[in-house]
Design a protein around this ligand. Structure first.
Ligand code: NDP
Length: 403
């Protein structure tokens, strides 16, 4: 980092960081606002958003004295207004209002809306040219090339929030791409790591929602149980870091203490370690290139005793293979993968699809999409959204075979 850039960071850190949180009522959103509560005077909250949880959004907006609170579902606006009565906090509702919230002047937008619903607001945040702390993985998975092009065009500063990518970002530390041999993301293996395939036939949503290490929203928790999450993360890493597909790998590490390992040509392997708590990678994304205090459990390696690693089993967890193949296929295959997976996870949570059929439905949808010519290069967000829409319809139709 140049002396000028360091001086600018120091100058900026003298005043509060103006922060917008998209998806404020979610797991990542609330962890972010918890960090804000622990750092009085460091942040000024501009806008907070949610989809339907008006009461909680209003409570967070009051607590953090936000300027604006936006609810995605317009039917929830009266509730939001009622809960904000007596304050000067502005309120709005609807998809366009989410985009407007993302466009408000702010130093950093933390993008933590779940799913493809986060694409438009996160693109809007990137178009401003400020810092985007990116949790919404769908922007990179479904629209990687288009999103990174928008970031390059606007000069936005993109910082990953996903713990493995934050770890890679830290272990890479601006390394010369020619010196990087491999980036290895770790996976906890989820709650069924040791289960036999036959036992996986009858997994219930309640069982799948019990992640051994991380506390997260329901969609990503199911993705962790199928290992689809690791597949999505490989696609994210491909767009974030200057390496080819073959330099990306993953390894199962049940303790979730090592988040990523970067191997260099000289045989060095740099890893980032930390307790499994999203407040650490969020703090990295908010404070970089400095560090801020995060009230997380401190790592006690002596107490842990040992850290273990094993190869992922793609026979029992085929979602990882399906995602890797979509990454290799390229074009809009990852967008189809993501959309079909959202439908499949929703159907599983709704009791309409078996656990093992999540990956089957996604793979099946990819095959149909390929046959119908829906997998093709995308040159704009609208192209990606059209493919997302088409893939959802194909997945819904294919779902009928499984019910
Ligand atoms: P949650 O389900 O906990 O929260 C999602 C947030 O998005 C909520 O604020 C929700 O509002 C809002 N939301 C839901 N649907 C819509 C919609 N259609 N339009 C606008 N807003 C919507 O998700 P997580 O916090 O777990 O995850 C957020 C993102 O971060 C995901 O992309 C996930 O993959 C990624 N991520 C999460 C990690 C984690 O530890 N949780 C780790 C790494 C990445 P409401 O409460 O009103 O429904």
């Amino acid at each position: 980092m140049s002396r000028n850039a360091v001086a600018k960071v120091r100058e900026n850190s003298a005043r509060p960081m103006r922060l917008t949180v998209l998806g404020a009522t979610g797991s990542v959103g609330k962890s972010t606002l918890d960090l804000v509560s622990h750092s009085p005077g460091r942040f000024e909250i501009v806008a907070l958003t949610a989809q339907s949880n008006a009461r909680e959004l209003a409570a967070l907006a009051r607590l953090h004295n936000a300027k604006l609170a936006v609810i995605g579902d317009e039917k929830c606006l009266p509730d939001l207004r009622e809960a904000l009565a007596g304050t000067s906090i502005l309120s709005a509702a609807g998809a366009d209002a989410l985009v407007e919230a993302a466009l408000m002047p702010a130093d950093c937008v933390l993008a933590a809306i779940v799913g493809a619903a986060g694409l438009r607001p996160t693109f809007a945040a990137a178009s401003r040219g400020g810092r985007v702390a990116l949790a919404n993985k769908e922007c990179l998975v479904s629209a990687g090339h288009v999103f990174t092009a928008e970031v390059a065009r606007s000069g936005a500063e993109l910082l990953p929030v996903d713990s493995e990518h934050s770890a890679a970002f830290q272990a890479l530390a601006g390394a010369n791409p020619d010196t990087i041999e491999k980036i290895v993301l770790t996976a906890s293996g989820g709650p069924f790591r040791t289960w036999q395939r036959e036992a996986l036939e009858s997994v219930t949503p309640e069982q799948a929602l019990k992640h051994p290490n991380w506390s997260m929203g329901s969609k990503i928790t199911i993705d962790s149980a199928t290992l689809m999450n690791k597949g999505l993360e490989l696609i994210e890493a491909f767009h974030l870091f200057p390496v080819g597909v073959d330099a990306l790998d993953c390894i199962v590490h049940p303790q979730s203490v090592v988040h990523c390992l970067v191997s260099y040509v000289d045989g060095s392997v740099l890893a980032q370690l930390g307790a499994p708590d999203m407040r650490t990678p969020i703090a990295v994304a908010l404070a970089w290139p400095e560090r801020m205090v995060a009230p997380t459990a401190k790592l006690d390696l002596a107490k842990l005793g040992s850290l273990t690693f094993e190869a992922p089993d793609e026979e029992r967890f085929p979602a990882l293979r399906v995602a890797r193949e979509a990454l290799h296929r390229g074009d809009t295959a990852p967008a189809v993968l993501n959309a079909a997976n959202e439908i499949a996870v929703g159907a599983f949570l709704g009791g309409k699809l078996k656990f093992l059929d999540i990956a089957n439905l996604v793979e099946h949808t990819l095959e149909i999409a390929e046959r119908q010519g829906a997998i093709a290069p995308a040159s704009s967000l609208d192209d990606v959204l059209a493919v997302d829409d088409c893939a959802r319809q194909l997945a819904e139709e294919a779902l009928q075979r499984y019910v």
